[in-house]
Ligand binder design. Structure first.
Ligand SMILES: Cc1cc2nc3c(=O)[nH]c(=O)nc-3n(C[C@H](O)[C@H](O)[C@H](O)COP(=O)(O)O)c2cc1C
Length: 173
């Protein structure tokens, strides 16, 4: 697991990579990343997460047309939820976003375990994504995730180390 002792150490070391090398991701690694998204827990096991792997020059250009956060990555995952599949709670909460988010998180951490970098990107307008990728009505864009080998001079952004105090986050009651 990338030389890390345990999961916590891995979670602490992961950071948003905003500069990538051109090196393409090996198929076996990509398959493992996608598998991590496939096995993610989802509400009522509806599995509404849908993943587009953007690798062609045309697809990557479309990504650049909808967000400035592509960072030269040779691969970008566009993760959607399927409105027709996702569970909706009795109180109205749409679980598709939650489910897709968990899938993205698992893929992000598996990528890191494989020595790859990622950056979670929500800096786009959903309507632009729907139009640019000609998505069917049932798909809701949830996240984009550049993924690949970090550039040699990639470093964590200044916010990476800014964690709120544990007392602010946690209250034992
Ligand atoms: C829901 C979500 C949306 C985000 N959107 C963007 C984005 O559009 N562009 C970007 O550069 N980073 C984005 N980030 C990355 C955060 O800025 C980053 O995780 C945070 O600053 C902590 O830094 P770290 O990931 O390096 O630890 C996003 C992260 C999350 C969880």
């Amino acid at each position: 697991m990338n030389g890390y002792r345990d999961f916590l150490e891995m979670a602490e070391q992961r950071y948003s990579v905003r500069k990538y090398s051109d090196r393409l991701i090996e198929k076996e690694k990509m398959d493992k990343v996608l598998r991590a998204g496939q096995v993610a827990p989802t509400a009522v096991n509806m599995q509404p997460q849908r993943v587009f792997v953007l690798q062609s020059p045309e697809a990557l250009e479309k990504a650049r047309n909808v967000t400035r956060f592509t960072f030269g990555a040779p691969t970008i995952l566009l993760v959607c939820s399927d409105k027709d599949k996702a569970f909706v709670m009795k109180d109205g909460q749409y679980m598709g976003t939650v489910d897709a988010t968990i899938a993205v998180t698992q893929m992000m951490l598996e990528a890191f375990a494989e020595g790859l970098g990622t950056c979670w990107v929500r800096g786009f307008d959903r309507n632009d994504v729907i139009r640019e990728f000609d998505l069917p009505d049932n798909l809701v864009p949830e996240a984009m995730m550049p993924i690949g080998y970090p550039a040699d001079d990639s470093v964590p952004g200044p916010k990476h180390a800014e964690n709120i105090p544990i007392e602010e986050m946690v209250k034992y009651i």
